[in-house]
Design a protein. Sequence first.
Length: 39
Amino acid sequence: MTGYVVRKAKELGVPVPVTEVYRMAKGVEYAAKAKRAGP
């Protein structure tokens, strides 16, 4: 997902700050962990 977003942004010529990508990746990772853990 993140790689796709970055690729699309580069295609469109949008600057992609590394911090944004890193934060997004961490958020996805965190969400996946939370989902796996369950309520």
